[in-house]
Design a protein around this ligand. Structure first.
Ligand code: PBG
Length: 334
């Protein structure tokens, strides 16, 4: 490499146009997935204290949000249910109710917004009284294979309801293969599977558990199925299995503290790779911005661009609508 003064890297940085000209990463609305929390009923809109600006919506209220999403050219929404305790039980039976909140909502959303991608979460935590993603045995361990049987049924009814992307976030072993087999057997050949391939056991999910009302109440720790945050080779093993089992898209979660994992998975598998900027990451930015410690818009835009730089093809972020609005102002859409 030529040395100074022949090479002055500041030449690239002298004006906005030169910086834009040589920029290595781009962020556009088509990279974004907006998550939503759904509740039963009509005309309902509930604030979530730990996630300022994010609400739980009944379906009719959600439609107004989806109008916005479509107008902003955000291609996909991810939906999560927040259920009353009265419909939960030990084994999460409501997860396989084809007339439950999620399946009914998928059908209605696809009817009104046929061109909008809908992503559905596969895991039992919003449906179980104890808040685990799986089914417990009598000593409080999460049973892998028994859980996978339920997850397969859950994925099946979501796909039948019209979900475009099935997203297993449960971290049971072998579930991607079983779900793929089931989808093939019912003729759902085009349903995408976005596997939470490297999902870490993380304190950053705290606000989400509040949002879907799924506080852990008993049983082993989620660290018996979610990954240990000290590990990176294990992420390659996890993702490798999911790729073999038929995952279309790999997801890393949480997001910003795990960009090394994004980079490794992208480099190793070259599959479409996404990251989830989770509720705790959202809350940190919001809280710091509310206290005037950081600039909200610029911090958000920077954080999302960093996902792209690390190798993400797309990002699940609670800020997606805000970001799309900003990009639009900057004249960037697709
Ligand atoms: C559970 C699930 C979680 C999140 C998405 N799916 C929480 C958990 O594993 O306990 C977290 C998302 C977020 O924090 O925004 N299946």
């Amino acid at each position: 490499m030529t040395k100074f003064p022949a090479r002055r890297l500041r030449r690239y940085r002298q004006a906005e146009w030169t910086r834009d000209l040589v920029a290595e990463s781009t962020l556009s609305c088509s990279d974004l997935i907006q998550p939503f929390f759904l509740i039963d009923g009509i005309g309902k809109e509930e604030k979530i204290n730990v996630m300022p600006g994010i609400n739980r919506y009944s379906l009719d209220k959600l439609f107004f949000q989806l109008d916005k999403v479509e107008e902003l050219k955000i291609p996909v929404v991810a939906i999560f249910p927040c259920l009353n305790d009265s419909v939960k039980n030990e084994i999460g039976t409501e997860a396989i109710n084809e007339n439950g909140l999620i399946c009914n909502s998928i059908k209605e959303i696809k009817k009104r917004f046929p061109d909008l991608g809908v992503m559905a979460d596969v895991a039992l935590d919003p449906y179980t009284t104890h808040g685990h993603d799986g089914i417990l045995n009598s000593s409080g361990q999460i049973m892998n294979d028994e859980t996978v049987e339920t997850l397969v049924k859950q994925a099946r009814i979501q796909a039948e309801a019209g979900a475009d992307i099935i997203a297993p976030s449960d971290m049971m072993d072998g579930r991607i293969g079983e779900i793929r087999k089931e989808l093939e057997s019912i003729g759902k050949k085009n349903t995408l599977i976005m596997s939470y391939a490297a999902k870490y056991s993380s304190a950053f999910y705290g606000p989400f558990r509040d949002a879907v009302s799924s506080k852990l109440s008993k049983g082993a720790s989620k660290s018996t199925y979610q990954m240990d945050f000290r590990n990176t080779n294990e992420a390659i093993l996890e993702a490798g299995l999911d790729v073999e089992e038929g995952a279309d898209i790999l997801l890393v979660k949480p997001g910003l503290p795990y960009l090394d994992i994004v980079f490794r998975l992208k480099t190793e598998f070259k599959l479409p790779t996404f990251a989830y900027q989770v509720s705790g990451e959202f809350a940190m930015i919001k809280a710091a911005a509310e206290r005037g410690m950081i600039d909200e818009t610029n911090s958000i835009l920077e954080s999302l661009m960093c996902f792209k730089r690390a190798g993400c093809d797309g990002i699940i972020s609670y800020f997606s609508i805000d970001v799309a609005n900003e990009l639009k102002k900057m004249g960037i859409e697709r």
